[in-house]
Design a protein around this ligand. Sequence first.
Ligand code: FES
Length: 175
Amino acid sequence: MTSSSSAEPTRRDFLFVATGAVGAVAGVAAAWPLISQMNPDASTIAAGAPIEVDLAPIASGQDIKVFWRGKPIYIMNRTKKQVDEARAVPVASLPDPQSDQARTKEGHEQWLVVVGICTHLGCIPIAHEGSYDGFFCPCHGSQYDSSGRIRQGPAPSNLPVPPYAFVSDTKIKIG
Ligand code: FES
């Protein structure tokens, strides 16, 4: 009697431990696919790999901000008015002369893609603010136009255009 009652808990303990071990293995197995999916993303982003951005949700007159190589990138779906304004300016009159055509892609003129870091001291300008229908930097008042070109204030140069390409009408690859 005594020996069988002491054997039972031992068997239960074994079953409990075994079940727990199986559960732990299953947990690791379930977590692994998630981790293995996340790891390449994190490492590729850290390495500055290209990113693809779907433009379809960005309505005319709106913009989004994404991050590439740790930098904020503005993607703006410009209105016809914004494009016309950017192209009507005599290029030679600009502090950092560059045509809007040189800063955008032919056939996709409404899309402006620029690094959202003020070329003065690195603040992040605000889109759709300022006197030029483009960007305004609140730190020291630099104003960029709807092509991201410096028009007024202490910033010495235009917002840079990162390397990017259209992979379809509604998708770009940055980097
Ligand atoms: S950092 Fe933008 S104006 Fe100085």
